[in-house]
Design a protein around this ligand. Structure first.
Ligand code: THU
Length: 162
């Protein structure tokens, strides 16, 4: 037997097609991206996390001369949200990616570690966390839940037999 696992991705040509909330969040992700510290890769990423109380938490990639010590924008933002607003649900996340060396024309999906990190909060709050993504130009992708992008993901249900 084989099982096919698929998910729906919404694709928008322009920001005008987005809701006001999504479009504003994406703009905040762009603002965050501009402040990224990415002197080694020249690849800048910004993440904007919208909380249930309406607050927006921003993050960007923070690189390090010891490369693995750096952290992606998504985790900088989501961990800040978890640390400072532990009881606030995460409503959605927008991600903006650009390079100083060339034009990023396609959305850059969050890396595997970031998908896992965001998924933790989705499992915790038991409501989906949609992800809105864009490069510097080109289409905007919206995924309805981060776990859609992480099929067969690991979660705390495996850590006990209950
Ligand atoms: N990066 C992110 O910030 N988010 C991702 O999901 C993918 C990659 C960063 C890490 C590194 O600073 C640079 O982009 C190049 O990999």
């Amino acid at each position: 037997m084989k099982k096919k696992i698929a998910f729906e991705l919404s694709i928008y040509k322009t920001e005008e097609e987005l809701s006001v909330e999504d479009s504003n969040l994406l703009k905040q992700a762009v603002n965050a991206r501009i402040k990224a510290y990415a002197p080694y890769s020249n690849f800048l990423v910004g993440a904007a996390v919208l909380l249930e109380n309406g607050e927006i938490v921003l993050g960007n990639n923070q690189e390090n001369a010891s490369y693995p010590s750096g952290l992606c924008a998504e985790r900088v933002a989501i961990f800040y949200a978890g640390a400072n607003y532990p009881n606030e649900e995460i409503k959605k996340i927008a991600i903006s990616a650009a390079s100083n060396d060339y034009e990023v024309k396609e959305p850059a999906g969050p890396c595997g570690n970031c998908r896992q990190a965001i998924a933790e909060y989705e499992y915790k709050q038991k409501t989906p966390i949609p992800i809105i993504m864009r490069g510097e130009s080109g289409p905007i992708y919206k995924c309805d839940a981060v776990t859609d992008m992480l099929p067969l993901g690991f979660n705390n249900s495996f850590l006990s037999d209950s």
